[in-house]
Design a protein around this ligand. Sequence first.
Ligand SMILES: [Zn+2]
Length: 181
Amino acid sequence: MLNLPVLVLNQNYEPLNLCSKRRAVVLVLNERAQILENGLGMFHSTASNFPIPSVIRLFHLVRRPIPIRRLSRREVFLRDGYTCQYCGLITKNLTLDHVIPRVRGGTHVWDNIVSACSKCNHRKAGRTPKEAGMLLMKETKAPAAHPYAMFFHRPILDEWRKFMPWMAGVPVSSDKAVAAG
Ligand SMILES: [Zn+2]
């Protein structure tokens, strides 16, 4: 439980990043941040008791650019909604396909990479979509920058959700007992 990360909010309450419990406690003790949620109880030491933070808010505003979405397998699958871009099959069992094959000079960039089921990838092989007679479902491009993209692939604790507007309406996961435990 003490290994669970802490959600760090900017001074304006926007989710900023995650940090360790230790780091969060140091920020609070140094009066750099305040605890907003501490549903995990208290640290007990011989000297004192201290609430275990699960959400903290910084007292100063951190300004930073919206992070660029880095090209990776899971980011491509996420962009494509876990859907094969050739046959429309929705599956977690996807491969990356270079639209213009690398042996034909295709590059490893967002515009040239799509999610493909293994059947379609195998069928297309070293051909272009046109040569293979396989149409792409949509134009491929880099996903829009999103200020909270870093949270997309992480488990979200229940206590964090009210601070995460993009999570509104997303069902609470079944690991609630673990988060609350
Ligand atoms: Zn397919």
